[in-house]
Design a protein around this ligand. Structure first.
Ligand code: NAD
Length: 499
């Protein structure tokens, strides 16, 4: 059985006597590897390695650091196929979708190649007599990232690329459910010329996370995962004085106005609701048609379109999506479907009980559609994170607009319309962090920033873009005076002013 070890100081590291957990193939339900779980012992080694490597890395000029990222980008492109197959085999998303996962991470590597430009400070010449003021952006030292199972390439790359480009060392604690790709990313970074110790990977669950949160040498922690854990991580890290950014769960709504291009909206919704088996924080699991005629037409078109979807193993080139990640997650999603029915929703298409010949133990769920969902239902209020689409009917635009705004999560939202006036009102008033207009999955490009509102995000700075640079640097502001030779400066007992 293959064992996935920590990756510290450029090599695989195992701690004798450590616990392990199983890594499954979601297509077959069989254990394919075991991953080592840290209790803090490996983290201590990773921190020592990072402490030894970081000062020299920070002292290297930013352009030379960027050159390593350019090499890293080229290696990721070269290894795209290998990485996508590995990712798909542990996660269950199709190989084509796995390439998208890697590509969206690669976009952030490309962004990080240009970070020297963003590290330039500000300068005021002559702020007072002989006085100049300038600010520097310096690395924070050692940062850590704790990532979820659903984007094992993209999310680690969101974090580690800006962190190392800014001159930090980075310790990654990936999901224990699909840990192989994060290790490959670190191996490729070393191959690209990153000094050993600048990027280390430590595996584990809660004990490994707690060790990170309690480690004084780690100055900033970026987390992406479910909201309860995000809030816990945020609180414990912040109490320990760390800079924290913690992204949580989601329940994104797609509002359909009567004037929308319905065929295009259905095509968009289908991919956004069922792609990656709904295991995306920017998936669109709730659709809100405005008016009865829109709701009926939408439902009819969705039912027809769902019939044409193909669920298959993750290497099936014709599959629209593959299995969900684990047996527990499959049971959880099916439980939500049962709950939705018990609460009074109408089960229009039931995806439970789906089985693929030859893969009967795989974690497959066919597309599920629920209608007449109400805002007080638990199955609506909570994140399902599976191939389940809920129709929440609204009478008016204002009513439709109120649902995403009132929901506990505020990650993404989309409006489908041809009406610019409605779109402007929607953009300016909706209480959600990432907004799409006729765009179903509005994940911002790498030079903007990614982050949700309310229980979808704890902390002030978003992922990547300029916020990524802010998160991984500290600003130091210098006020310096070079008086003319021999010029005396009198002592002053009042607060200095430039007047
Ligand atoms: P998760 O919260 O179970 O795990 C996330 C990380 O936390 C993992 O590294 C895991 O090992 C660790 N962890 C698990 N239990 C812990 C505990 N009790 N204490 C401390 N750490 C713990 O999330 P997941 O199931 O891997 O990922 C899916 C979730 O992530 C969904 O809720 C999804 O919406 C969310 N997500 C959010 C974003 C975003 O940017 N907002 C992006 C992707 C995924």
């Amino acid at each position: 059985m293959r064992t996935i070890s920590h990756f510290i100081d450029g090599v695989a590291v195992s701690i004798p006597g450590a616990a392990h957990s199983d890594v499954f193939d979601p297509n077959t339900g069989k254990v394919q590897a075991q991953v080592e779980l840290d209790d803090g012992t490996a983290l201590a080694l990773a921190v020592a390695s990072a402490q030894a490597a970081q000062p020299q890395w920070a002292a290297m000029n930013p352009q030379r650091r960027a050159r390593v990222l350019f090499n890293f980008k080229a290696l990721l492109e070269k290894h795209m196929d290998e990485l996508a197959v590995l990712l798909s085999s542990e996660h269950g998303k199709t190989v084509a979708d796995a390439k998208g996962d890697i590509q969206r991470g690669l976009d952030v590597v490309e962004f990080a190649c240009g970070i020297p430009h963003l590290l330039k400070g500000e300068f005021t010449d002559g702020a007072g007599p002989g006085i100049d003021v300038f600010s520097l952006r310096q690395p924070i030292g050692i940062a850590a990232g704790i990532t979820p199972f659903n984007f094992p390439a993209m999310i680690p790359l969101w974090m580690l690329s800006p962190a190392i480009a800014c001159g930090n060392a980075f310790i990654l604690k990936p999901s224990e459910r699909d840990p192989s790709v994060p290790v490959r990313l670190a191996e490729l970074a070393i191959e690209a010329g990153l000094p050993r110790g600048v990027l280390n990977v430590v595996h584990g669950g809660k004990p490994a996370v707690d060790a990170i949160l309690d480690e004084p040498a780690i100055r900033a922690v970026s987390f992406v995962g479910s909201s309860d854990i995000a809030q816990y991580v945020y609180g414990r890290g912040a109490t320990n004085g760390k800079r924290m950014q913690c992204m949580g769960g989601a329940k994104n709504h797609g509002i359909i106005l009567p004037d929308a291009d319905l065929d295009q909206a259905v095509t968009d919704i289908l991919g956004a609701a069922y792609g990656s088996a709904g295991e995306r924080c920017m998936a669109l699991p709730v659709v809100v048609p405005v008016g009865k005629a829109t709701a009926e037409a939408l439902r009819a078109k969705l039912v027809k379109a769902i019939e044409g979807l193909r669920v298959g193993i993750s290497t099936d080139k014709d599959a629209d999506y593959g299995p969900v990640v684990s047996a527990q997650h499959k049971a959880r999603v099916e439980n939500y479907i049962r709950m939705a029915v018990d609460e009074g929703s109408e089960l229009v298409v039931d995806g439970r009980g789906f089985s693929l010949q030859g893969y009967e133990d795989g974690y497959f769920i066919a597309p599920t559609l629920l209608d007449h969902v109400k805002p007080d239902m638990q199955s609506y209020r909570e994140e399902i994170f599976g191939p389940v689409l809920q129709i929440l009917r609204a009478e008016t635009f204002e009513e439709a607009l109120s649902y995403p705004s009132k929901h506990q999560y505020g990650n993404g939202v989309a409006l489908f319309t041809r009406n610019g006036d409605a779109a402007r009102k929607f953009i300016s008033t909706v209480e959600v962090g990432m907004v799409g207009v006729n765009v179903p999955i509005p994940v911002p490009v790498s030079y903007h920033s990614f982050g949700g509102w309310k229980r979808s995000g704890f902390g002030d700075l978003n992922q990547y873009g300029m916020d990524g640079v802010r998160f991984y640097t500290r600003v130091k502001t210098v006020t310096q005076r070079w008086p003319d030779d021999g010029e005396a400066v009198a002592s002053s007992f009042i607060i200095p002013t430039m007047a």
